[in-house]
Design a protein around this ligand. Structure first.
Ligand code: HEM
Ligand code: HEM
Length: 194
């Protein structure tokens, strides 16, 4: 069974937590804190109280209800950017590169899993860079339209991450219960060095 350093294990679980939390903020933005449904709700409830407001006013209120939650997307975004740099540094350690060495002798399935990891790393790095670009577009001297196009790509690549996370969790669960017993505990109990 593969062995991981404590450094890598801490990175893996922090990364899992941050990516899951980022997905959580997107979930809230698109459901309970959606400005579209909440502005309708605000208009209807106020109308029941004989208070009439415009769609524009309701939109402002609904968006400001969402704002404190969405600040977490940005904070977690900074954490993700830091984790990307940490992972690049880990590539220089035995744990960080073990999955990507001697690929020739691996089964097709294993090669596909590892290709999947490379794919997800590329997507995560793209999310970190594009997220920073959307957040700091004015500081970077970019036009609003450019930031908008980057945001569309950011949202498109989000679907890849949404797909990978459950696939990965189901994948390790199946591996644990078939021919790779101990795969999960190997990502919990660290080897001594590197
Ligand atoms: C309950 C949730 C999770 C469990 C049990 C889990 C478990 C594992 C295990 C056992 C491995 C090692 C696989 C191997 O030996 O090749 C691994 C690797 C990996 N996990 Fe997770 N994971 C979880 C969540 C996540 C999440 C949310 C992400 C975020 C995208 C993630 C990203 C990765 C990546 C990128 C690798 C590859 C590491 C490498 O570069 O070698 N994991 N995971
Ligand atoms: C796994 C990583 C990430 C995922 C899955 C993710 C997902 C998303 C999604 C789906 C949206 C569009 C929301 C909508 O309009 O309905 C979005 C917007 C945004 N994200 Fe991310 N993101 C990630 C990382 C980041 C990072 C690292 C940053 C950097 C700070 C960031 C900053 C932003 C910003 C500024 C917006 C635009 C918000 C707005 O228009 O009000 N994201 N993100």
């Amino acid at each position: 069974m593969k062995k991981w350093s404590l450094n890598f294990i801490i990175w893996h679980w922090l990364h899992a937590l941050v990516v899951s939390a980022l997905l959580g903020t997107v979930f809230l933005r698109k459901t309970f804190l959606s400005w579209r449904s909440n502005s309708e709700l605000i208009i209807n409830k106020l109308s029941d109280m004989d208070i009439e407001i415009t769609t524009q006013q309701a939109k402002v209120v609904a968006k400001s209800i969402r704002t404190p939650m969405w600040e977490w997307h940005i904070l977690l975004g900074y954490a993700l950017a830091f984790l990307v740099i940490w992972r690049i540094m880990l590539f220089f350690t035995d744990s960080g590169k073990q999955n990507y060495q001697n690929l020739k002798s691996e089964s097709i399935h294993k090669k596909a899993v590892k290709l999947g990891y490379i794919g997800i790393y590329t997507a995560i790095a793209f999310m970190a860079v594009s997220g920073m670009i959307i957040h700091f577009y004015e500081l970077l001297g970019l036009a609003k339209d450019t930031a908008h196009s980057v945001k569309e790509l950011h949202e498109l690549v989000y679907n890849l991450i949404l797909f990978f996370v459950p696939l990965h969790v189901i994948g390790v669960f199946i591996a644990e219960n078939r021919d790779e017993k101990g795969i999960v505990s190997s990502m919990i109990s660290a080897k001594k060095k590197d």
